[in-house]
Design a protein around this ligand. Structure first.
Ligand code: HEM
Length: 391
Protein backbone atom coordinates (compact mmCIF):
# COMPACT_ATOMS: atom_id res chain seq x y z
CA UNK A 1 0.00 0.00 0.00
CA UNK A 2 2.83 2.34 0.96
CA UNK A 3 4.65 2.40 -2.35
CA UNK A 4 1.50 2.40 -4.46
CA UNK A 5 0.17 5.24 -2.34
CA UNK A 6 3.28 7.32 -2.73
CA UNK A 7 3.14 6.87 -6.49
CA UNK A 8 -0.39 8.22 -6.52
CA UNK A 9 0.46 11.07 -4.12
CA UNK A 10 3.40 12.40 -6.08
CA UNK A 11 2.66 11.00 -9.52
CA UNK A 12 -0.21 13.30 -10.20
CA UNK A 13 -3.16 11.41 -11.67
CA UNK A 14 -5.54 12.66 -9.03
CA UNK A 15 -3.84 16.06 -8.93
CA UNK A 16 -4.54 16.42 -12.66
CA UNK A 17 -8.16 15.62 -12.01
CA UNK A 18 -8.33 18.40 -9.41
CA UNK A 19 -6.67 20.90 -11.70
CA UNK A 20 -9.08 20.03 -14.48
CA UNK A 21 -11.88 20.66 -12.00
CA UNK A 22 -13.43 17.22 -12.46
CA UNK A 23 -15.75 15.69 -9.89
CA UNK A 24 -14.03 13.52 -7.30
CA UNK A 25 -14.36 9.89 -8.23
CA UNK A 26 -14.94 7.03 -5.86
CA UNK A 27 -11.14 6.92 -5.58
CA UNK A 28 -11.44 9.05 -2.43
CA UNK A 29 -13.93 6.67 -0.86
CA UNK A 30 -11.88 4.21 1.15
CA UNK A 31 -9.60 3.63 4.08
CA UNK A 32 -6.85 2.50 1.69
CA UNK A 33 -6.98 5.75 -0.24
CA UNK A 34 -4.38 8.47 -0.32
CA UNK A 35 -5.77 11.92 -1.13
CA UNK A 36 -3.00 14.03 -2.69
CA UNK A 37 -1.79 16.85 -0.48
CA UNK A 38 -0.47 19.00 -3.34
CA UNK A 39 -2.81 20.56 -5.89
CA UNK A 40 -4.52 23.67 -7.15
CA UNK A 41 -6.85 23.79 -4.15
CA UNK A 42 -6.29 22.44 -0.65
CA UNK A 43 -7.73 18.99 -0.05
CA UNK A 44 -10.56 18.58 2.46
CA UNK A 45 -12.99 20.95 0.75
CA UNK A 46 -14.07 19.46 -2.59
CA UNK A 47 -12.96 16.07 -1.30
CA UNK A 48 -15.84 13.80 -0.30
CA UNK A 49 -16.03 13.96 3.52
CA UNK A 50 -14.72 10.82 5.23
CA UNK A 51 -16.27 9.70 8.50
CA UNK A 52 -14.02 11.49 11.01
CA UNK A 53 -13.06 15.08 11.64
CA UNK A 54 -10.65 16.59 14.10
CA UNK A 55 -10.77 20.37 13.91
CA UNK A 56 -8.08 22.35 15.71
CA UNK A 57 -7.67 26.12 16.06
CA UNK A 58 -4.32 27.50 17.22
CA UNK A 59 -3.17 30.84 18.57
CA UNK A 60 0.26 31.92 17.35
CA UNK A 61 2.49 32.60 20.35
CA UNK A 62 5.58 33.63 18.33
CA UNK A 63 5.88 37.30 17.49
CA UNK A 64 8.15 37.29 14.44
CA UNK A 65 6.80 36.77 10.95
CA UNK A 66 9.83 34.56 10.28
CA UNK A 67 8.63 32.22 13.07
CA UNK A 68 5.20 32.04 11.49
CA UNK A 69 6.61 31.17 8.08
CA UNK A 70 8.93 28.60 9.63
CA UNK A 71 5.94 26.96 11.29
CA UNK A 72 4.03 26.92 8.00
CA UNK A 73 6.98 25.32 6.20
CA UNK A 74 7.30 22.71 8.93
CA UNK A 75 3.57 21.99 8.90
CA UNK A 76 3.56 21.70 5.11
CA UNK A 77 6.33 19.12 5.08
CA UNK A 78 4.67 17.17 7.88
CA UNK A 79 1.21 17.34 6.28
CA UNK A 80 2.49 16.11 2.93
CA UNK A 81 4.18 13.23 4.71
CA UNK A 82 1.19 12.40 6.92
CA UNK A 83 -1.23 12.53 3.99
CA UNK A 84 0.98 10.42 1.76
CA UNK A 85 0.78 7.49 4.16
CA UNK A 86 0.29 7.54 7.87
CA UNK A 87 2.06 4.20 8.23
CA UNK A 88 5.33 5.75 7.06
CA UNK A 89 5.64 7.98 10.10
CA UNK A 90 8.09 5.91 12.03
CA UNK A 91 9.91 8.95 13.38
CA UNK A 92 7.01 10.14 15.52
CA UNK A 93 4.82 8.42 18.09
CA UNK A 94 4.12 5.35 15.89
CA UNK A 95 0.48 5.17 16.95
CA UNK A 96 -0.78 4.75 13.38
CA UNK A 97 1.66 2.05 12.32
CA UNK A 98 -0.39 -0.63 10.62
CA UNK A 99 -3.28 1.67 9.73
CA UNK A 100 -4.14 2.33 6.08
CA UNK A 101 -3.90 5.96 4.84
CA UNK A 102 -7.64 6.46 5.48
CA UNK A 103 -8.14 9.33 2.99
CA UNK A 104 -6.45 11.77 5.36
CA UNK A 105 -6.76 15.41 4.35
CA UNK A 106 -5.22 18.35 6.21
CA UNK A 107 -6.61 21.79 5.43
CA UNK A 108 -4.96 24.94 6.77
CA UNK A 109 -6.33 28.45 7.19
CA UNK A 110 -5.56 31.88 8.66
CA UNK A 111 -7.78 33.54 11.26
CA UNK A 112 -8.31 37.32 11.36
CA UNK A 113 -5.66 37.67 14.12
CA UNK A 114 -2.87 36.86 11.65
CA UNK A 115 -3.49 40.24 10.02
CA UNK A 116 -3.11 42.40 13.12
CA UNK A 117 0.02 44.49 13.79
CA UNK A 118 2.12 41.50 14.95
CA UNK A 119 3.29 40.20 11.58
CA UNK A 120 3.07 43.24 9.30
CA UNK A 121 0.34 41.63 7.20
CA UNK A 122 -2.39 44.24 7.76
CA UNK A 123 -2.31 45.46 4.16
CA UNK A 124 -2.82 41.93 2.90
CA UNK A 125 -6.09 41.14 4.65
CA UNK A 126 -8.84 40.34 2.15
CA UNK A 127 -11.36 43.23 2.15
CA UNK A 128 -14.35 41.10 3.18
CA UNK A 129 -12.57 39.00 5.78
CA UNK A 130 -12.89 39.30 9.55
CA UNK A 131 -14.77 37.78 12.49
CA UNK A 132 -18.49 37.19 11.98
CA UNK A 133 -20.88 39.87 13.26
CA UNK A 134 -23.09 39.04 16.26
CA UNK A 135 -26.27 37.07 15.51
CA UNK A 136 -29.50 36.96 17.45
CA UNK A 137 -29.78 34.16 20.01
CA UNK A 138 -26.15 33.01 19.97
CA UNK A 139 -24.47 32.15 23.28
CA UNK A 140 -20.83 32.16 22.30
CA UNK A 141 -18.04 30.72 24.38
CA UNK A 142 -14.94 32.75 23.47
CA UNK A 143 -12.68 29.95 24.66
CA UNK A 144 -13.98 27.69 21.91
CA UNK A 145 -14.17 30.36 19.22
CA UNK A 146 -11.72 32.08 16.89
CA UNK A 147 -8.06 31.21 16.43
CA UNK A 148 -5.10 32.45 14.37
CA UNK A 149 -4.53 29.22 12.46
CA UNK A 150 -6.72 26.22 11.74
CA UNK A 151 -6.10 22.62 10.91
CA UNK A 152 -9.02 20.59 9.65
CA UNK A 153 -8.07 16.92 9.67
CA UNK A 154 -10.49 14.52 7.98
CA UNK A 155 -9.97 10.77 7.71
CA UNK A 156 -11.89 7.53 7.57
CA UNK A 157 -10.04 6.44 10.69
CA UNK A 158 -10.28 8.54 13.85
CA UNK A 159 -6.82 7.44 14.95
CA UNK A 160 -5.35 8.83 11.73
CA UNK A 161 -7.02 12.23 12.19
CA UNK A 162 -5.99 12.41 15.86
CA UNK A 163 -2.44 11.39 15.08
CA UNK A 164 -2.10 14.08 12.40
CA UNK A 165 -3.37 16.90 14.61
CA UNK A 166 -1.27 15.77 17.54
CA UNK A 167 1.90 15.65 15.44
CA UNK A 168 1.19 19.12 14.01
CA UNK A 169 0.57 20.38 17.54
CA UNK A 170 3.89 18.93 18.71
CA UNK A 171 5.72 20.57 15.81
CA UNK A 172 4.10 23.90 16.72
CA UNK A 173 5.61 23.96 20.22
CA UNK A 174 7.11 27.38 20.86
CA UNK A 175 5.31 28.86 17.83
CA UNK A 176 1.60 28.22 18.37
CA UNK A 177 -0.68 26.67 20.96
CA UNK A 178 -3.98 24.93 20.40
CA UNK A 179 -6.87 27.19 21.45
CA UNK A 180 -9.81 24.89 20.88
CA UNK A 181 -10.59 21.71 19.06
CA UNK A 182 -13.50 19.43 18.33
CA UNK A 183 -13.82 15.88 17.08
CA UNK A 184 -16.67 15.17 14.69
CA UNK A 185 -18.23 12.17 13.04
CA UNK A 186 -20.40 11.46 10.04
CA UNK A 187 -20.96 8.93 7.29
CA UNK A 188 -18.02 7.48 5.38
CA UNK A 189 -17.15 8.80 1.92
CA UNK A 190 -18.46 5.51 0.52
CA UNK A 191 -21.93 6.34 1.91
CA UNK A 192 -21.71 9.92 0.58
CA UNK A 193 -21.18 8.49 -2.89
CA UNK A 194 -24.41 6.50 -2.63
CA UNK A 195 -26.82 8.73 -0.71
CA UNK A 196 -27.01 11.98 1.24
CA UNK A 197 -26.13 11.14 4.86
CA UNK A 198 -28.23 12.32 7.80
CA UNK A 199 -27.46 14.67 10.69
CA UNK A 200 -28.40 14.09 14.34
CA UNK A 201 -31.93 15.41 13.72
CA UNK A 202 -32.35 12.41 11.42
CA UNK A 203 -32.68 14.47 8.22
CA UNK A 204 -30.63 14.20 5.07
CA UNK A 205 -28.11 17.03 5.19
CA UNK A 206 -26.29 18.31 2.10
CA UNK A 207 -28.96 17.79 -0.57
CA UNK A 208 -28.65 21.33 -1.90
CA UNK A 209 -24.85 21.42 -1.87
CA UNK A 210 -23.09 22.39 -5.10
CA UNK A 211 -21.44 19.40 -6.77
CA UNK A 212 -17.62 19.42 -6.85
CA UNK A 213 -16.38 20.10 -10.36
CA UNK A 214 -19.49 22.02 -11.42
CA UNK A 215 -19.53 25.72 -12.33
CA UNK A 216 -21.88 26.26 -9.38
CA UNK A 217 -19.31 24.75 -7.03
CA UNK A 218 -16.47 26.84 -8.41
CA UNK A 219 -18.41 30.10 -8.22
CA UNK A 220 -19.71 29.30 -4.71
CA UNK A 221 -16.43 28.18 -3.17
CA UNK A 222 -13.21 29.23 -4.91
CA UNK A 223 -11.88 32.76 -4.86
CA UNK A 224 -11.53 33.89 -8.48
CA UNK A 225 -9.54 36.47 -10.36
CA UNK A 226 -11.19 39.60 -9.02
CA UNK A 227 -12.05 41.20 -5.71
CA UNK A 228 -9.60 39.45 -3.39
CA UNK A 229 -5.83 39.77 -3.01
CA UNK A 230 -3.91 37.59 -5.47
CA UNK A 231 -2.61 35.35 -2.67
CA UNK A 232 -6.17 34.05 -2.06
CA UNK A 233 -6.88 32.96 -5.69
CA UNK A 234 -7.87 29.32 -5.67
CA UNK A 235 -8.56 29.57 -1.95
CA UNK A 236 -11.81 29.98 -0.04
CA UNK A 237 -13.21 31.15 3.31
CA UNK A 238 -14.48 28.93 6.09
CA UNK A 239 -17.31 29.93 8.45
CA UNK A 240 -17.29 27.53 11.40
CA UNK A 241 -20.13 27.47 13.94
CA UNK A 242 -20.36 25.11 16.87
CA UNK A 243 -24.11 24.49 17.19
CA UNK A 244 -25.46 22.62 20.20
CA UNK A 245 -28.60 20.55 19.65
CA UNK A 246 -31.23 20.05 22.31
CA UNK A 247 -32.41 16.63 21.23
CA UNK A 248 -35.00 15.61 23.89
CA UNK A 249 -37.65 18.18 22.78
CA UNK A 250 -36.87 17.36 19.17
CA UNK A 251 -37.47 13.67 19.90
CA UNK A 252 -40.81 14.72 21.39
CA UNK A 253 -42.08 16.05 18.04
CA UNK A 254 -43.96 13.82 15.64
CA UNK A 255 -42.24 13.14 12.34
CA UNK A 256 -44.77 15.42 10.63
CA UNK A 257 -43.95 18.28 13.01
CA UNK A 258 -40.22 17.77 12.50
CA UNK A 259 -40.74 17.97 8.74
CA UNK A 260 -42.47 21.33 9.11
CA UNK A 261 -39.40 22.64 10.96
CA UNK A 262 -37.03 21.61 8.17
CA UNK A 263 -39.36 21.98 5.16
CA UNK A 264 -38.53 18.53 3.79
CA UNK A 265 -39.77 14.95 4.13
CA UNK A 266 -37.71 13.18 6.79
CA UNK A 267 -37.24 9.82 5.09
CA UNK A 268 -36.93 10.74 1.42
CA UNK A 269 -35.50 14.25 1.83
CA UNK A 270 -38.02 15.56 -0.73
CA UNK A 271 -39.32 19.13 -0.38
CA UNK A 272 -42.73 19.41 1.31
CA UNK A 273 -43.89 20.96 -1.99
CA UNK A 274 -43.53 17.49 -3.57
CA UNK A 275 -41.26 15.43 -5.85
CA UNK A 276 -38.08 13.57 -4.93
CA UNK A 277 -35.03 14.54 -2.90
CA UNK A 278 -33.48 16.59 -5.70
CA UNK A 279 -36.68 18.26 -6.94
CA UNK A 280 -36.42 22.05 -6.64
CA UNK A 281 -38.24 23.63 -3.71
CA UNK A 282 -41.53 25.18 -4.87
CA UNK A 283 -42.46 27.93 -2.42
CA UNK A 284 -45.76 28.68 -4.19
CA UNK A 285 -47.27 25.23 -3.57
CA UNK A 286 -50.01 25.37 -0.92
CA UNK A 287 -50.90 22.57 1.47
CA UNK A 288 -54.41 21.25 2.10
CA UNK A 289 -54.88 23.98 4.72
CA UNK A 290 -54.19 26.70 2.15
CA UNK A 291 -50.86 27.80 3.66
CA UNK A 292 -47.48 27.29 1.93
CA UNK A 293 -46.47 23.61 1.95
CA UNK A 294 -42.91 24.75 2.76
CA UNK A 295 -43.64 26.95 5.80
CA UNK A 296 -42.41 30.55 5.85
CA UNK A 297 -40.28 29.88 8.94
CA UNK A 298 -38.93 26.49 7.83
CA UNK A 299 -35.15 26.06 7.73
CA UNK A 300 -34.85 25.39 3.99
CA UNK A 301 -37.01 28.33 2.98
CA UNK A 302 -35.07 30.82 5.08
CA UNK A 303 -31.73 29.36 3.95
CA UNK A 304 -32.59 29.04 0.26
CA UNK A 305 -30.83 31.06 -2.42
CA UNK A 306 -34.28 32.27 -3.59
CA UNK A 307 -34.75 34.35 -0.43
CA UNK A 308 -31.08 35.32 -0.01
CA UNK A 309 -30.29 37.16 -3.25
CA UNK A 310 -28.95 33.98 -4.84
CA UNK A 311 -26.46 33.25 -2.03
CA UNK A 312 -25.17 29.66 -1.85
CA UNK A 313 -22.53 27.84 0.18
CA UNK A 314 -20.79 24.48 0.48
CA UNK A 315 -21.78 22.83 3.77
CA UNK A 316 -19.32 20.18 4.98
CA UNK A 317 -20.40 19.80 8.60
CA UNK A 318 -19.77 17.03 11.13
CA UNK A 319 -21.76 15.89 14.17
CA UNK A 320 -20.15 15.92 17.61
CA UNK A 321 -20.87 14.31 20.96
CA UNK A 322 -19.12 15.49 24.10
CA UNK A 323 -20.61 12.81 26.30
CA UNK A 324 -23.63 12.52 28.50
CA UNK A 325 -24.76 14.53 31.51
CA UNK A 326 -25.18 11.72 34.02
CA UNK A 327 -27.71 13.70 36.07
CA UNK A 328 -30.29 13.66 33.27
CA UNK A 329 -28.91 11.33 30.57
CA UNK A 330 -28.83 14.13 28.00
CA UNK A 331 -25.98 14.24 25.47
CA UNK A 332 -23.95 17.41 24.96
CA UNK A 333 -24.16 17.08 21.24
CA UNK A 334 -24.60 19.01 18.03
CA UNK A 335 -22.98 19.98 14.79
CA UNK A 336 -19.72 21.62 13.88
CA UNK A 337 -21.21 23.55 10.97
CA UNK A 338 -18.51 24.16 8.37
CA UNK A 339 -19.45 26.32 5.37
CA UNK A 340 -17.03 27.17 2.56
CA UNK A 341 -17.74 30.33 0.59
CA UNK A 342 -15.85 32.77 -1.61
CA UNK A 343 -17.37 35.78 0.17
CA UNK A 344 -18.45 35.60 3.82
CA UNK A 345 -20.40 38.87 3.75
CA UNK A 346 -22.65 38.08 0.79
CA UNK A 347 -23.00 34.32 1.26
CA UNK A 348 -22.87 33.26 4.91
CA UNK A 349 -23.91 36.41 6.78
CA UNK A 350 -27.28 37.14 5.13
CA UNK A 351 -28.41 33.52 5.41
CA UNK A 352 -27.38 33.24 9.06
CA UNK A 353 -29.14 36.58 9.80
CA UNK A 354 -32.40 35.19 8.43
CA UNK A 355 -31.99 31.89 10.25
CA UNK A 356 -31.10 33.59 13.54
CA UNK A 357 -34.15 35.83 13.30
CA UNK A 358 -36.87 33.36 12.31
CA UNK A 359 -35.78 29.72 11.85
CA UNK A 360 -38.28 27.36 13.45
CA UNK A 361 -35.27 25.14 14.22
CA UNK A 362 -34.01 27.70 16.75
CA UNK A 363 -36.07 26.06 19.52
CA UNK A 364 -33.76 23.07 19.23
CA UNK A 365 -30.32 24.56 18.54
CA UNK A 366 -27.96 27.17 20.03
CA UNK A 367 -24.87 28.60 18.35
CA UNK A 368 -22.10 28.37 20.96
CA UNK A 369 -18.88 28.78 18.95
CA UNK A 370 -17.77 30.83 15.97
CA UNK A 371 -14.67 31.19 13.82
CA UNK A 372 -13.67 32.34 10.36
CA UNK A 373 -10.58 31.41 8.40
CA UNK A 374 -9.08 32.48 5.09
CA UNK A 375 -8.02 29.24 3.40
CA UNK A 376 -5.18 29.86 0.96
CA UNK A 377 -5.02 27.91 -2.31
CA UNK A 378 -3.43 24.49 -2.61
CA UNK A 379 0.30 23.99 -2.29
CA UNK A 380 2.48 23.43 -5.36
CA UNK A 381 5.01 20.63 -5.04
CA UNK A 382 8.03 22.21 -3.36
CA UNK A 383 6.01 25.13 -1.95
CA UNK A 384 4.39 25.66 1.44
CA UNK A 385 0.98 26.61 2.81
CA UNK A 386 0.20 30.31 2.43
CA UNK A 387 3.52 31.06 0.71
CA UNK A 388 1.93 33.67 -1.59
CA UNK A 389 0.69 35.65 1.44
CA UNK A 390 4.22 36.27 2.63
CA UNK A 391 5.99 36.87 -0.70
C1 HEM B 1 -27.57 22.40 13.64
C2 HEM B 1 -27.83 23.25 12.70
C3 HEM B 1 -28.37 22.90 11.34
C4 HEM B 1 -29.04 21.80 10.93
C5 HEM B 1 -29.41 20.58 11.73
C6 HEM B 1 -29.33 21.98 9.51
C7 HEM B 1 -30.01 21.06 8.73
C8 HEM B 1 -30.34 21.25 7.40
C9 HEM B 1 -31.14 20.35 6.61
C10 HEM B 1 -31.71 19.04 7.11
C11 HEM B 1 -31.24 20.87 5.37
C12 HEM B 1 -32.02 20.29 4.19
C13 HEM B 1 -31.22 19.40 3.29
C14 HEM B 1 -30.10 20.07 2.56
O1 HEM B 1 -30.32 20.77 1.56
O2 HEM B 1 -28.99 19.93 3.00
C15 HEM B 1 -30.53 22.12 5.37
C16 HEM B 1 -30.40 22.96 4.31
C17 HEM B 1 -29.66 24.12 4.30
N1 HEM B 1 -29.04 24.69 5.39
FE1 HEM B 1 -28.99 23.98 7.26
N2 HEM B 1 -28.82 23.18 9.12
C18 HEM B 1 -28.24 23.78 10.20
C19 HEM B 1 -27.62 25.01 10.24
C20 HEM B 1 -27.44 25.82 9.15
C21 HEM B 1 -26.73 27.08 9.16
C22 HEM B 1 -26.08 27.72 10.38
C23 HEM B 1 -26.74 27.54 7.87
C24 HEM B 1 -26.15 28.81 7.30
C25 HEM B 1 -26.00 29.94 7.93
C26 HEM B 1 -27.47 26.59 7.07
C27 HEM B 1 -27.67 26.70 5.71
C28 HEM B 1 -28.38 25.81 4.97
C29 HEM B 1 -28.58 25.97 3.53
C30 HEM B 1 -28.00 27.08 2.66
C31 HEM B 1 -29.39 24.91 3.13
C32 HEM B 1 -29.92 24.64 1.72
C33 HEM B 1 -31.19 25.42 1.55
C34 HEM B 1 -31.83 25.20 0.19
O3 HEM B 1 -31.45 25.91 -0.74
O4 HEM B 1 -32.68 24.33 0.08
N3 HEM B 1 -27.87 25.56 7.87
N4 HEM B 1 -29.98 22.33 6.62
Amino acid sequence: VASAGLTVGIGGTVIEREIAGGAPSTSDAGTGTIVPFYGLHQAGIATTPPSNLLFAAFDVTASQVSDLTELLRTWTAAAARLASNSTLNVDDSDETVGLPPSSLTLTFGFGPGIFNERFGLASRIPPNFGPLPPFKGEQLDVASSGGDLMVQACAEDQMTAFHAVRQLGRLAAGFAKQRWGLAGFGASAAVHHVETPRNLLGFKDGTVNPKPGSDAFDSTVWVGETGDPAWMRGGTYLCARRIRMNLPPWDGLSRADQQVVIGRDKLSGAPLSGGGEFTALDFATLGADGVPAIPLDSHVRLASATFNAGATMLRRSYSYDNGVDTTNGVHDTGMLFLAYVRDINTQFVPIQRQLAASDRMNSFITHIGTATFAIPPGVKYGGWVGQELFE
